[in-house]
Write a protein that binds this ligand. Structure first.
Ligand code: GLN
Length: 382
């Protein structure tokens, strides 16, 4: 008996593939995006304390009220918009679950969804799972800027949703104020909805400012905005994030969310709430990761890889066309097995693949890890 696949074109995610290969070949994992350093012990202590004190049963479905209140205040400080903690904030099991639940809430058979490519790997399969039709707009290297006129020209009477991501994974580029204004115009004029993936909101460099949808009231009215504690607190394995959306949209999202995960791990929510009140400094992340980006760029400056500008996220992409004609998946595998450094090829971020010779490197690593990785690359390219 064979089950008819809803996702016939999907295999294991590239992150799992490359992490597995890295492990098998003892390669340094600059592939899957996660820090190799631990988080602040104050946060670990706060979570442990919550567990020891018995905070181990279900949290309320939308999230712990005190955490939602702290998030509302944080967003007000950061973006000048205070969502209602009871009706506009939903704690999720990370960004990917959030996005899946949002798409499940909105997308019906035949609805068109505009995805900007390269795109984070979960968007397209999630749309396809719910019977949506994916329309892709291609960003062009090296600037990876959106031409909003071209995006607007793709809209038909079946178009329902646009998905955006800033700071962008994998390209490390940003949407600026004029992008958001244009997006606001398009979304409101065509009565679309927006899913805005902002999980790298605090990892932004060179004095750039994160242009959250929350700064644009008319756009926010039609948006689901996704954030991640995993990225902002160095705890990707905790799978904890949240969605901000206007009450009418949140009501519908929660119908879906409550049967998807019901609620999210309670001790983490307690610990994060305590940490946000006493220790968290989200704004320190920008300088912290900018230093890592610059440290990495210095280490690799004499290598035959052309690193592209990175303004945000903890990823940086590089063109390897001077060293190999192999396609990016083959080259990433070879570099893992023979060079001892795992990266992510760019093509899985495209529905139909890509022949650009580009790899993504994650620099959310200890300095010693980055030094060792650069050393291995230097030896390999000699
Ligand atoms: N967000 C991480 C990345 O881009 C991966 C998360 C995952 O493995 N699903 O590398």
């Amino acid at each position: 008996m064979r089950l008819k696949s809803k996702l016939p074109d999907v295999g294991l995610t590239i992150f799992s593939v490359m992490s597995k290969l890295a492990l098998e070949h003892n390669a340094i994992n600059l592939a899957q995006g996660f820090p190799d350093f631990n988080t602040d012990t104050h946060l670990l202590d706060a979570v442990s304390k919550a567990m020891l004190e018995g905070q181990n049963q279900y949290a309320p479905m939308p999230g712990l009220p005190e955490l939602n209140i702290l998030i509302a205040k944080k967003l007000y400080m950061d973006y000048g918009w205070m969502p209602n903690p009871e009706t506009e904030i939903t704690i999720t099991a990370g960004g990917t679950q959030a996005i899946y639940s949002i798409i499940g809430t909105m997308v019906e058979e035949g609805d068109e969804v505009i995805v900007i490519e390269p795109s984070y790997d979960c968007y397209i399969p999630s749309v396809v799972s719910f019977g949506g039709v994916v329309k892709t707009y291609q960003l062009q290297p090296p600037a990876y800027k959106v031409d909003w006129d071209a995006v607007e020209a793709m809209i038909t009477d079946r178009t329902k949703v646009i998905i955006t991501n800033t700071p962008h994974n994998p390209c490390g580029v940003l949407l600026d104020d004029s992008d958001l204004k244009r997006l606001e115009e398009i979304v409101t004029r065509h009565q679309l909805y927006l899913i805005s993936d902002e999980v790298y909101e605090h990892i932004i460099f060179d004095g750039h400012v994160h242009q959250s949808v929350l700064r644009f009231p008319a756009l926010y009215k039609r948006s689901f905005v996704v954030f991640s504690f995993g990225k902002s607190l160095h705890v990707t394995g905790w799978k904890t994030g949240y969605v901000i959306a206007p009450p009418e949209l949140t009501v519908e999202l929660r119908k879906n969310h409550q049967y998807n995960v019901f609620s999210v791990n309670r001790p983490m929510q307690h610990g994060i709430a305590y940490y946000m009140q006493h220790h968290a400094d989200f704004h320190a992340l920008a300088a912290f990761y900018q230093q890592k980006r610059d440290f990495w760029l210095k280490l690799v400056e004499d290598l035959p890889l052309k690193f592209l500008p990175c303004f945000g996220s903890y990823f940086i992409i590089a063109d390897y066309s001077d060293v190999s004609d192999l396609d990016d998946l083959a080259f990433a595998k070879k570099l893992t097995m023979e060079g001892g450094v795992a990266t992510i090829p760019m093509s899985p971020f495209y529905q139909k693949g890509s022949d650009a010779k580009i790899l993504r490197f994650c620099f959310a690593k200890k300095e010693e890890t980055l030094i060792e990785a650069a050393e291995r690359l230097r030896t390999y390219f000699k």
